[in-house]
Design a protein around this ligand. Structure first.
Ligand SMILES: NC(=O)c1ccc[n+]([C@@H]2O[C@H](COP(=O)([O-])OP(=O)(O)OC[C@H]3O[C@@H](n4cnc5c(N)ncnc54)[C@H](OP(=O)(O)O)[C@@H]3O)[C@@H](O)[C@H]2O)c1
Length: 380
């Protein structure tokens, strides 16, 4: 059994991870933390787990040694506690944003605060298995991707790998659980219920990850120079730019214009990304099918959803709640050099806890689908 602990287990991502790991045949959950609820049963915050665990929350200071420490703390907090995590665990998987970027300046630009531990940037493997499977096999430090970044990158990866995109505008529609379990003015029921609110038309933090990854793929395919190409190309371990320590890859001009907007909609779980991709050359549907089939055929959790008839012709996040799938569809605009790519995930699964467990499986040489077999519900 692999002994695991969850820091920040009382939140939504931590709760989902606890649900998955309690049912995982190779994992034993030793500890789960909350500062606010130390001493209370975990099922108090995760009532779906009632009867499945008698674990009580402990504060971070009482974490003891384990094989894998999953951190579900907010950005900033993971980095502040990373030394204690590394002292306690052989492997650390961070679901937060602190170690996703390789560039401390980029982190400060997008997160509005200096990086607490810039020296560690670039040592984490970016946790999207479809990009970094080989690197994950050898990884002891993993930074899971942001949920919006995950769905956007999985949607666009096939086109960027072929370097056929000239520019892209991504619009994501997101559910309320993406904001975590802490109440705010914006999440107050009369304000949030029924909302269709543009909350980040520009400047979303996940844009930094999306650009780093997709630009990196272009650079690698183009045989770009030096460390950037080697690093991104060999492992596709994605980091945005130079860390202050010099550990990360160097900055270069983006190969393709990438823009991102986010809208909050009436949904608890789920993200639907609609990506308007303007192509360098006109491709027909057959060519697009070939590109997507080639990229997705062997992926256990990526499905192409594109039907001619019926009500479920394209990806729908409602059908994915609780599952680890990313569904991807596309339609070529017959009147323009544009393809619209649609992709859906459950933000708490493929966008957080499911991705972390998939990475955990790969890190331990386990079948990738272990503990992640749930297909979702229909009707839901
Ligand atoms: N929600 C999503 O869809 C999603 C998707 C991908 C990644 N993530 C990332 O996963 C992490 C957790 O997100 P979430 O949505 O689960 O948030 P959340 O529901 O607000 O939970 C946050 C957790 O962190 C703990 N915590 C908060 N501030 C802390 C501090 N200063 N020191 C120690 N513990 C602290 C909380 O514990 P207490 O009980 O003590 O408050 C709670 O367990 C974030 O980094 C987020 O960006 C979230």
């Amino acid at each position: 059994m692999i002994r695991v602990a969850i820091a920040g287990g009382s939140g939504y991502a931590g709760g989902e991870l606890l649900r998955l790991l309690l049912a995982h045949p190779d994992a034993e959950v030793a500890q789960v933390t909350s500062e606010r609820l130390a001493g209370k049963f975990a099922h108090r915050t995760h009532p779906n787990l009632r009867g499945l665990t008698r674990l009580r929350y402990v504060p971070l200071g009482e974490l003891s040694s384990c094989d894998v420490l999953f951190s579900c703390l907010p950005h900033g907090a993971s980095a502040r506690h990373i030394d204690a995590f590394l002292a306690n665990a052989e492997r650390v998987v961070d679901l937060g944003a602190d170690f996703r970027l390789g560039d401390a300046d980029e982190y400060e630009r997008f997160y509005g605060q200096p990086h607490p531990r810039p020296g560690l940037l670039g040592r984490f493997v970016y946790g999207i298995p479809e990009l970094n499977r080989e690197a994950l096999r050898r990884a002891s430090l993993v930074a899971c991707a942001g949920c919006n970044a995950t769905v956007s990158i999985l949607a666009l990866r096939p086109l960027f790998a072929e370097q056929v995109a000239k520019s892209v505008v991504i619009e994501v529609k997101v559910g309320s659980s993406e904001a975590g379990n802490r109440a705010s003015d914006a999440s107050h029921h009369p304000e949030r219920s029924g909302a269709m609110r543009s909350y980040k038309p520009t400047g979303h933090r996940h844009l930094a990850e999306i650009r780093a990854v997709l630009d990196g793929m272009g650079a690698a395919r183009a045989g770009a120079e030096g460390a950037v190409a080697e690093r991104v190309g060999a492992e596709r371990v994605v980091a945005a730019g130079p860390s202050r320590t010099g550990a990360g890859p160097s900055v270069r001009a983006p190969a393709c214009d990438i823009h991102f907007s986010a809208t909050a909609v009436e949904m608890v779980r789920g993200i639907l990304a609609t990506c308007h991709v303007f192509l360098r050359e006109d491709l027909d549907e057959k060519a697009l099918w070939r590109i997507y089939r080639r990229a997705c055929a062997d992926e256990p959790f990526v499905r192409i959803v594109k039907e001619r008839t019926g009500i479920h012709r394209y990806p729908d996040p409602k059908l994915l709640a609780g599952s680890n799938y990313c569904d991807i569809g596309f339609e070529k605009d017959p009147h323009a050099q544009r393809v619209v790519v649609m992709a859906a995930i459950d933000n708490l699964m493929k966008g957080a806890a499911g991705q972390a467990v998939q990475a955990f499986n790969i890190m331990h040489g386990l079948p990738e689908r272990r503990g992640l077999e749930f297909p979702g519900l229909h009707p839901a």
